[in-house]
Design a protein around this ligand. Structure first.
Ligand SMILES: *[C@@H]1O[C@H](CO)[C@@H](O)[C@H](O)[C@H]1NC(C)=O
Ligand SMILES: *[C@@H]1O[C@H](CO)[C@@H](O)[C@H](O)[C@H]1NC(C)=O
Ligand SMILES: *[C@@H]1O[C@H](CO)[C@@H](O)[C@H](O)[C@H]1NC(C)=O
Ligand SMILES: *[C@@H]1O[C@H](CO)[C@@H](O)[C@H](O)[C@H]1NC(C)=O
Length: 434
């Protein structure tokens, strides 16, 4: 797919009604970024890339743990109010990641930053310190213990894949994943089995969660969403799933026409289509509602339980021009108070948090249905240093700095800050199992 110039898009948008200016502004960047979501890299998983079973990365240094924090950890163990991981700060940590870019064989090329020549590695040495409690390091053995004989599915867009690959890489430090299924362009549907603990991990491509037709060269030049119909590419597998991690957001910013109950509901960023612009917030809310309602309804009918996480919006960090060197140039996290969750990031986050709360209330009448928002918006916003940037391609400055440099300031380097999302997820699972 061709590269859309944001400049061109801007000129174009000036003629567009100012009433929807905020939506238009939000749309500009994603339009420029559209290519990320389509661009395909091979994602090889050859057996030679994998860690031998049981191989572990040896950690040599340890992080400090103030005694006040040990206290709050004990309090949580004693079944006090659960830890709130939403607010906190990034603190330096000598330990570094559990894995590196060569140890799991599942990292999408464009997110394997070190292998693509990123040299500043300071971004690997930070940990999230929640305000009122402690977040332990991810322990793959605990994960396997709690989820043995279970099937976990990541459902959503490329952020779902990003989070899935982080989890796989961390799990691969103690057990060998076998790729048992793959389907779709760019391996959009994949499944691994960890024989050691009979744990199955899947990824389902479903950027809207509901049924949708994606913009394509041969199809429509905008997305089409059916907001009241779940995407059965994952929905029809619900019977087999014990845990679902839903993750979406960025795709809702793109031009789209929305359908509900068989008729057109409206559209977004759609000059020339002669439909009513309705923005994307309500539509995203409807899509989440449809997904959660379907999960709850089907699981309640079958009597099986399920654990559901909804990952909140992950902000991007473009500064200046997206196709120039230095589009996300920071090499350190923002300091506390330096950056607030606001604007679209805040609105998108709130939709996820609220919809999970509403779904919890309706799920309460059935047993075995547990839902939680994985509220990662703030901690992700504070990490402008964690994106591939120009290292989405190998050695982008091999021939000096070119005039045009494509940057990914949306996805996360692996290893990187996104590992923290899974760290928090494991803590919630631990709480549920207690
Ligand atoms: C990655 O980790 C493996 C296993 O600990 C180690 O053998 C290898 O040298 C590491 N590679 C790099 C590039 O650090
Ligand atoms: C955690 O803190 C955030 C921000 O203060 C708040 O919005 C959220 O409701 C809290 N979560 C819970 C479960 O109390
Ligand atoms: C392995 O896990 C699956 C669920 O993912 C379960 O249906 C199956 O019974 C388990 N196999 C054994 C041998 O426990
Ligand atoms: C746009 O839609 C309206 C109402 O449906 C219709 O009356 C009008 O003819 C349409 N205009 C074009 C250019 O299709």
């Amino acid at each position: 797919m061709g590269v859309t110039s944001p400049l061109k898009a801007q000129t174009h948008s000036r003629s567009f009604t100012t009433k929807f200016l905020p939506y238009v502004l939000y749309a500009l960047l994603p339009v420029a970024l559209f290519r990320f979501y389509f661009h395909s890299f091979p994602s090889p998983l050859s057996s030679t890339d994998q860690l031998p079973h049981g191989n572990r990365i040896i950690l040599t240094s340890s992080s400090s743990s103030p005694s006040s924090l040990s206290l709050s950890r004990e309090q949580e163990t004693a079944n006090e109010a659960p830890c709130n991981y939403t607010n906190g700060r990034w603190v330096q940590d000598k330990m570094g990641p559990l894995y590196n870019g060569t140890t799991c064989g599942t990292i999408k090329e464009g997110q394997n930053c070190i292998s693509h020549g990123r040299l500043d590695l300071g971004y690997l040495y930070w940990r999230w310190q929640p305000s009122q409690c402690e977040l332990p390091r991810f322990d793959p053995n605990t994960f396997f213990h709690l989820l043995s004989n279970k099937h976990i599915a990541f459902v959503g867009d490329s952020m779902a894949r990003n989070q899935l690959e982080s989890l796989l890489c961390m799990l691969a430090t103690v057990s060998n994943p076998n790729l048992v299924y793959t389907n779709g362009e760019d391996n959009k549907f994949r499944r691994w089995h960890f024989a050691s603990h009979n744990v199955t991990v899947s990824v389902y491509w479903s950027p809207f969660l509901v049924r949708g037709v994606e913009k394509s060269k041969t199809g429509p030049d905008h997305n089409e969403l059916y907001v009241d119909v779940v995407d059965e590419r994952w929905g029809s597998d619900l019977d087999h799933l014990d845990m679902v991690v839903l993750s979406m957001g960025h795709w809702f910013l793109h031009p789209a026409v929305y359908y509900e109950g068989g008729s057109v509901l409206g559209c977004h960023y759609c000059p020339g289509l002669n439909q009513t612009e309705i923005g994307f917030y309500d539509v995203m809310r409807k899509a989440i509602k449809t997904a959660l309602k379907t999960i709850i309804g089907r699981k309640a009918a079958s009597g099986d339980g399920i654990d559901v996480f909804l990952t909140s919006f992950s902000p991007s960090h473009f500064e200046g021009e997206w196709d120039k060197a230095g589009a996300c140039p920071k090499t350190e996290p923002y300091k506390e108070g330096e950056k607030m969750v606001e604007g679209m990031d805040a609105d998108m986050r709130l939709i996820a948090v609220k919809e999970i709360e509403a779904a919890k209330a309706s799920a309460n009448q059935f047993g075995g249905l547990r839902l939680e928002a994985l509220d990662v918006t703030k901690l992700s916003l504070m990490r402008p240093d964690g994106h591939p940037g120009p290292y989405m391609y190998p050695f982008p400055f091999g021939n000096g700095v070119q005039e045009h440099v494509q940057n990914d300031c949306v996805h996360w380097c692996l290893p990187g800050p996104i590992d923290t999302w899974n760290q928090i997820m494991l803590q919630v699972i631990k709480r549920w199992r207690r």
